[in-house]
Design a protein around this ligand. Structure first.
Ligand SMILES: CC(=O)SCCNC(=O)CCNC(=O)[C@H](O)C(C)(C)COP(=O)(O)OP(=O)(O)OC[C@H]1O[C@@H](n2cnc3c(N)ncnc32)[C@H](O)[C@@H]1OP(=O)(O)O
Ligand SMILES: CC(C)C(=O)C(=O)O
Length: 527
């Protein structure tokens, strides 16, 4: 039966694909990344999430490392429901005993023991010969196997180990009882082809290879961790070791969410299943990020905040027509609420119109065109254009559509050496009038200039400024209330320049007064 994977990432239910086990080491290798230490409670919370989302093996810690690690591994083992719980141990009797003690409470306990196999490590770190290490492997794997049925053995620095010796070490580990053989790219050195070939060769050359499951564990020093993990699967690995958000020693490990979604989305060329409920990925990523105070980079695949955000007009237009134009999986398939079309300088009319509709505005073609021009001008000056910015400029736009007095330009000289001076150019019903006026402060100068061009007796009841959006380039929204002859009107103006928004707000209020038929000198001036 052919199993299909749809582009939105959902697998057909009856799968006949090979199963790849997901071994999560967020709590062990992940915690090894500088600054990522997690508390006991945070580890329990993460382990519970991993168990619920279908992680096959949770490496809960390195029990000999500290009393805290031992306690965390023991408690996670006690609370585990479906997942196998692994504890890491060096090829040292005391480490293995401690790991065995910590995981024994689990329904499915595993001891994961490791030793170096590469010449560099043997010479400089272990200071042992190859034969001595072979003897250590046989002894320590057997010790672990006496404690638990499920023993994983890792050849630390496998990718810098001569193939012959790697095969001999693997054979010895399986003979001593290892049920999983992990061949890590400890220093992130391998390329995908090399890593795939290494698995294929070891599995072919080691006589008892079929007695163990082979596992990949990749570091990201060259940014190849996920690619190498997928290559390992093609070489015969059926367990992938990874971490949420790809955290881990140095540049980190293969990211669980990327491995899982690569297998899900590209099932056509990688026909393998995992047991992961991918809709929990976003939540799990956030939990880990919060626990270790490690922000997720914006453009991180799958769980970065831009992973389902589109800013450019052409992409947004495509997305509005059909999501498959620019998304290879749905946000829902990884637990992200929705795609976002971010309004910015690269956005086009299609997205702008859709955004306005979503915000409840129904503008005619001319108004829309006008608002779009102003939006582009704003987006050129401002890094983030929020909904509130758009709201402010559209309100401003609607209000000014029938204005009799319009702002043409404004220049203000302000600073410590007063008096402040405003040079204002207004379009008064088609007539351009310019005045340069002083004031007690820049706002006073601006309002005096308006009064000079459009004489009136309305009094200023309220002047209020607030930032509509965040940052030093935030839109300033100014509210002005004018009263005259019992009429009270409010005008709002928005602009990144507070002085310009003040002038706009005043003029909106003044135009409203005129629209109400209030007799101002302005009408006389304009006539
Ligand atoms: C590739 C990896 O991610 S491996 C896991 C790395 N993770 C960690 O190291 C985190 C936890 N580690 C620790 O808390 C400490 O390093 C401990 C408790 C394990 C050991 O602490 P110490 O006894 O003080 O040793 P220290 O860390 O200084 O040195 C490591 C020792 O282990 C030896 N060693 C390293 N790996 C192995 C191994 N797989 N099997 C046996 N011995 C090993 C080293 O040769 C060195 O031995 P030496 O002191 O005789 O030279
Ligand atoms: C302990 C082993 C699996 C490891 O973390 C590595 O080699 O990177």
């Amino acid at each position: 039966m052919t199993d299909t994977i749809r582009a939105n990432g959902s697998a057909t239910p009856a799968s006949t694909k090979d199963r790849v086990l997901i071994f999560d080491t967020t709590l062990r290798d992940g915690e090894q990344c500088p600054g990522a230490t997690m508390t006991f409670e945070e580890k329990l919370e993460i382990a519970e999430l991993l168990d619920t989302m279908g992680v096959d093996i949770i490496e809960a810690g390195f029990p000999i490392a500290s009393e805290g690690d031992f306690e965390a591994v023991s408690e996670i083992a006690r609370r585990s429901k479906r997942s196998t719980i692994a504890g890491l141990a060096r090829a040292i009797t005391a480490d293995i005993a401690r790991a065995g003690e910590a995981v024994r409470h689990a329904g499915r306990p595993r001891i994961h023991t490791f030793v170096s196999t590469s010449p560099i490590h043997l010479e400089h770190q272990m200071r042992k010969t190859q034969d001595e290490v072979l003897e250590i492997i046989t002894r320590t794997v057997a010790q672990a196997r006496n404690l638990v049925e499920d023993v994983e053995w890792s050849a630390m620095d496998a990718t810098r180990t001569p193939l012959d010796y790697l095969c001999r070490a693997t054979e010895a580990a399986i003979r001593a009882g290892a049920t999983t053989i992990n061949l890590p790219d400890t220093v992130g050195y391998a390329t995908p082809d090399e890593y795939r070939m290494m698995f294929a060769s070891v599995r072919e050359r080691v006589p008892n290879a079929d007695k163990a499951i082979f596992s990949a564990h990749c570091h990201n020093d060259l940014g190849l961790a996920v690619a190498n993990s997928l290559a390992a699967i093609e070489g015969g690995a059926r367990q992938v070791e990874c971490t949420l958000n790809g955290i881990g020693e140095r540049a980190g490990n293969a990211a669980l969410e990327e491995v899982v979604m690569a297998l899900r989305v590209r099932g056509d060329v990688l026909p393998y299943d995992t047991g992961i409920d991918a809709t929990m990925l976003m939540r799990a990523s956030k939990t880990v990020s919060n626990a270790c105070s490690f922000p997720v980079q914006y453009n991180k695949a799958i769980v970065g905040r831009n992973a389902f955000a589109h800013e450019s007009g052409i992409h947004q237009d495509g997305m509005l027509k059909n999501q498959s134009t620019y998304e290879i999986m749905t946000p829902a398939s990884v637990g992200v609420t929705k795609t976002s079309l971010v309004m910015g300088k690269h956005s086009g009319r299609a997205a702008f119109r859709s955004k306005l509709k979503e915000m409840g505005y129904d503008l005619g073609d001319n108004q829309l065109e006008d608002a779009f021009t102003r939006f582009k001008a704003l987006a050129d000056r401002k890094k983030h254009v929020y909904d509130e910015d758009i709201e402010a400029l559209v309100d401003d736009n609607i209000a000014t559509a029938h204005d009799r007095v319009k702002l043409v330009s404004l220049t203000v000289i302000a600073g410590t050496r007063g008096p402040q001076r405003a040079t204002m150019k207004l379009d008064v019903e088609g007539r351009i009038v310019t005045e340069e006026v002083e004031g007690n402060g820049p706002i006073d100068a601006i309002f005096n200039a308006i009064k000079t061009i459009v004489p009136h007796e309305a009094s200023l009841e309220l002047y209020d400024v607030h930032a509509v959006t965040e940052g030093t380039d935030a839109q300033a929204e100014v509210t002005v209330r004018l009263t005259h002859e019992g009429f009270s009107v409010t005008g709002r103006g928005a602009d990144p320049d507070t002085l310009v928004s003040s002038a706009k707000a005043y003029l909106v209020a003044l135009n409203k007064l005129m629209a109400k038929g209030v007799r101002l000198h302005a009408q006389a001036a304009a006539e």
